[in-house]
Design a protein around this ligand. Structure first.
Ligand code: ZN
Length: 344
């Protein structure tokens, strides 16, 4: 089969690799029908040191179960399934408390050892705990939105939960990528009254407004903070969802949140220590967040997608074939595309 391998920053190739096989009785083999490129894939695309064997890429996919190990019960051959970006057993102490990304027997797709989602098929470990059946056909028009259950929609929802968004909240979303846009959807869904998006790309801003953003702030640094303070009656926002991962974004989060508020961190941190610890302390601000337990949120979010109440699939503005994945990375990195879907 063919799969995506990253060898170094800017060096992504689609190459032939061995077909996946059942190794453990908990495994399933999934033939992929839809996948995508993630904003988090752009970090290694910018920074990865050259690695001779390369690294298998992709952690968001929908596919059809082709074969299952002998203990797998929840899915069978022919089922259409979505996979979250971490695989998990669904039974350990952390899975039971809804923190599947910390599963005692789980892990993440790709790398040197495991298949990634940007390929024709994967071996899925812990298939019973990981895969969720979809009640539609493989070419249903809801595919783009259902694919976001793998990561970005669950991640946006996690940000809203961590930032304690509730009915009537005033909220700031920092970052206008696919996760920031899904955070807007999630916050509106949970009843936020004011949703301020901090971003500066016209196409993304238009989508954020369609998803429910009430205000847009394109200034950065102190000017951005001043503008948000003006928009929130001088006191700042109850909730901030940080979707970038830079030191600057965390500084902005700490200066736009109101005393007693909460910051949900979704951007993979590219800073040493939280730069605003003292300010957060004296303002009694809660800082939480981390990788979303996307698996925990699928059952909650899927009915809203099936009923058309939310349309997170609109973040996909380009569809490519597997052979064009290297150009898909380039297009996302150049901000030419918001999020790229791969159709097989
Ligand atoms: Zn577990």
């Amino acid at each position: 089969m063919k799969a995506t391998i990253m060898y170094a920053a800017g060096d992504v190739r689609v190459e032939s690799v061995p077909d996946p096989r059942i190794v453990s009785e908990n495994d399933a083999i999934v033939r992929i029908t839809r996948a995508c490129i993630c904003g988090s894939d752009l970090w290694p695309y910018k920074e990865m040191e050259r690695t001779p064997g390369g690294r298998r890429m992709g952690h968001e996919f929908i596919g059809i179960v082709e074969e299952r190990g002998k203990s797998v019960r929840s899915v069978k051959k022919g089922d259409l399934v979505v996979a979250p970006f971490a695989w998990s057993d669904g039974t350990c102490e952390f899975c039971q408390q809804g923190l599947h990304t910390s599963c005692l027997h789980g892990g993440f797709w790709g790398g040197a050892e495991l298949d990634g989602g940007q390929g024709e098929a994967v071996r899925c470990p812990q298939a019973d705990g990981t895969l969720v059946r979809l009640p539609v056909g493989p070419d249903d028009e809801l595919m783009p939105s259902l694919l976001t259950l793998s990561d970005v929609m669950g991640t946006g929802h996690h940000g809203a939960v961590c930032a304690r968004v509730t009915d009537g909240s005033r909220l700031v979303v920092i970052g206008d990528g696919a996760v920031g846009l899904c955070a807007v959807i999630a916050a509106k869904r949970l009843g936020a009254e004011q949703i301020i998006l901090m971003g500066r790309h016209a196409d993304r801003i238009a989508l954020a407004k369609a998803f429910g953003a009430t205000d847009i702030v394109s200034e950065r640094g102190e000017d951005g903070t001043t503008r948000v303070r003006e928009l929130t009656g001088g006191l700042g926002a109850h909730s901030v969802i940080e979707c970038v991962g830079t030191k600057q974004a965390m500084v902005t989060a700490a200066t736009v949140v109101r005393a007693g508020g909460a910051i949900g961190r979704l951007g993979v941190p590219h800073y040493e220590g939280i730069p605003t610890t003292a300010k957060n302390f004296f303002d009694n601000v809660t800082v939480s967040g981390g990788p979303a337990p996307a698996r925990a949120y699928i059952e909650e979010l899927m009915p809203d997608i099936l009923a058309g109440r939310i349309e997170p699939g609109r973040v996909f503005d380009r569809v490519i074939g597997l052979d064009d994945v290297p150009d898909g990375y380039r297009a996302m990195n150049d901000r030419e595309a918001i999020k790229v879907m791969i159709a097989f």
